[in-house]
Design a protein around this ligand. Structure first.
Ligand SMILES: *[C@@H]1O[C@H](CO)[C@@H](O)[C@H](O)[C@H]1NC(C)=O
Ligand SMILES: *[C@@H]1O[C@H](CO)[C@@H](O)[C@H](O)[C@H]1NC(C)=O
Length: 304
């Protein structure tokens, strides 16, 4: 997802790079920039004895938390913020119809300037409720991010009114890479991934997962379920397991997915299940969907 592997492998010839940086240092005009490079930028090329103590001072997974810097829309006009590396940044949105589609698309213009060093890079995540994308900026100039076509009326209206949200990875490129090192195993669909997820939740949230004694079977009938009975499911393995772990960590939740059982005045069982917000779901859809709820409860109970 991130340009991690490619930029890391290009750093393999570290000696050449180190030489290049030294040359740059020696030949740079003294009045160009206050700090020609920042220690964190060149960490990967330093000898391990030097770079490890610096790496350990970074915050690990916490560096993966993006910071919201603003959103660019018709309403908000131009937004400005200070980046981790480029101190002066601006963004504004331009709507267009290059695709000739019903709602058209847009271009997000981002102007970055005033870098604190020559070697640094800012990493950004851009999001609407309908998509997430990322990009990084190395040069002081105007960059653009294309949205060829909005997903539909809802995304078009959202971006018109609320804009595209811009998040900065505060740790910069290196901090983010280092944090990913912590987080990558969470997404592997293996026993190692499972243990990493459990380890992560224990380390960062103090949450412990104890295995239940066998048999792993819950013998509960629909009649025994009361109003207010709460079901919680927590994934700790696979791609979604990794996402859930990070979600729990940033929100403080201990479960990924929850449901509450309710009985109406006639004693019929209903289940309210957590899920995605979706304005397009109509009441009639909801009512027809709920005929199968008893089945879902039974499936849930089998899982536990
Ligand atoms: C974009 O162009 C198409 C075709 O000309 C048109 O039908 C559509 O309404 C336009 N959309 C917008 C948002 O202007
Ligand atoms: C489940 O409970 C019922 C009655 O409570 C019992 O008859 C049945 O044998 C139980 N099943 C299992 C697998 O324990």
């Amino acid at each position: 997802m991130l340009p991690a592997s490619s930029s890391l492998s290009s750093l393999s010839n570290s000696l050449t790079l180190l030489l290049l940086i030294c040359t740059l240092l020696l030949t740079s005009p003294s009045n160009a920039l206050k700090y020609p490079f920042h220690p964190r930028d060149i960490l990967p090329v330093l000898p391990r004895q030097v770079s490890w103590p610096i790496l350990n001072a970074l915050n690990g997974a916490a560096d993966l938390l993006p910071a919201f810097v603003g959103s660019a829309s018709d309403q908000t006009g131009t937004v400005e913020w200070k980046g981790a590396c480029f101190y002066q940044n601006q963004a504004w949105m331009e709507f267009h119809n290059k695709s000739g589609s019903e709602f058209g698309g847009g271009t997000l213009h981002i102007k970055v300037s005033d870098a604190h060093s020559w070697t640094c890079m800012d990493l950004y995540v851009f999001a609407t409720p309908y998509r997430v994308t990322w990009d990084y900026y190395f040069l002081s100039r105007e960059h653009t991010l294309e949205f060829n076509e909005w997903e539909g009326k809802l995304e078009y209206e959202y971006v018109k009114n609320k804009g595209v949200s811009i998040f900065l990875m505060q740790a910069g490129m290196l901090g983010t890479l280092e944090a990913l090192w912590d987080v990558f195993p969470l997404f592997t669909n293996t026993g190692w991934g499972e243990n990493s997820n459990i380890g992560f939740l224990k380390k960062h949230m103090g949450a412990s997962f104890e295995q239940r004694p066998e048999p792993w079977f819950t013998n509960v009938t629909v009649e025994e379920i009361h109003s207010g009975d709460f079901l919680a499911v927590s994934k700790i393995r696979g791609r979604w397991g990794g996402f859930e772990t990070l979600e729990k960590w940033v929100t403080g939740a201990y479960a990924g997915h929850t449901a509450v059982c309710l009985r109406d005045s006639e004693g019929k069982l209903w289940v309210g299940e957590s899920g995605h917000e979706n304005d397009e779901v109509k009441l009639t859809d909801l009512l027809t969907c709920c005929d199968s709820m008893e089945l879902i409860v039974q499936r849930f109970l089998l899982i536990f």
